[in-house]
Design a binder for this molecule. Structure first.
Ligand code: SAM
Length: 217
């Protein structure tokens, strides 16, 4: 996905001046573009590197991802984890299981990643862990719901990352011109901004990614 805030040339430059993509991730990206109808959903090299860097810095023990897709961001985050840390990732579409599992193994990350298949709204009710880091990257109308489902288990000082918070810039459209996704994202952004238990930084990377830190119960 090309960022609305970054022209193509700058995006290419940022990619060139960052560490190279690992061959295992390039292979997954290629297969995703060959087999998926909406390959742009994949985080890609810059955002994936950001996720990995954040995990390398924070060293979380328990990580949750909502929205595995073909596994690109899960592999990036897993690569930034210590060997005893674990990443749970949830995907509703079981047809993506084979490609994701193949690449988890090719990247040597299969022991750090626990995949779950099914609706995150149901799985989250059974998956109660003291999360250090949660990456929300699934269906936009449910971001608020996912946030509420994971907040209690999120440790104080823990981080929620929310992807696509600028939704191609459409969050700026007048409300009557917004579709359900951008309206949901704007509502989500307003809700977390007003929540006094949180510290929020909306970064205009790619499609917008918010770093949300829990500072109080
Ligand atoms: C934007 S993609 C995730 C991209 C992935 N995180 C990456 O960067 O490579 C969103 C994914 O969320 C999944 N999804 C949508 N609704 C879901 C739900 N209710 N429960 C679990 N996964 C869901 C979609 O099937 C899709 O694969």
């Amino acid at each position: 996905m090309t960022s609305i805030l970054f022209d193509e040339a700058l995006s290419r430059y940022a990619t060139q001046m960052s560490s190279d993509e690992l061959p295992a991730l390039t292979a997954l990206e290629r297969e995703t573009y060959l087999k998926e109808m909406q390959p742009v959903m994949l985080s890609g090299h810059l955002q994936g590197s950001f996720l990995r860097m954040l995990c390398s810095i924070l060293r979380p023990s328990k990580v949750l991802e909502i929205g595995t897709f073909t596994g690109y961001s899960a592999i990036c985050m897993a690569m930034g984890l210590s060997a005893d840390a674990v990443l749970h990732t949830i995907e509703i579409d079981e047809e993506r299981k084979e490609i994701a599992q193949k690449h988890f193994e090719a990247a040597g990350m299969q022991d750090r990643i626990v995949p779950h298949y099914g609706d995150a709204k149901l799985i989250l009710k059974t998956l109660k862990e003291p999360w250090d880091l949660v990456f929300i990257d699934a269906d936009k109308p449910n971001y608020t719901h996912y946030f509420d489902l994971v907040f209690e288990e999120l440790k104080i000082g823990g981080i929620i990352l929310a992807d696509n918070v600028l939704f191609e810039g459409k969050i700026l459209l007048p409300e009557e011109e917004q579709g359900k996704n951008e309206r949901a994202m704007h509502q989500f952004n307003k809700k977390i901004k007003l929540d006094k238990r949180l510290e929020v930084l909306l970064l205009p990377i790619r499609d917008g990614i918010s770093i949300i830190r829990k500072i109080a119960k």
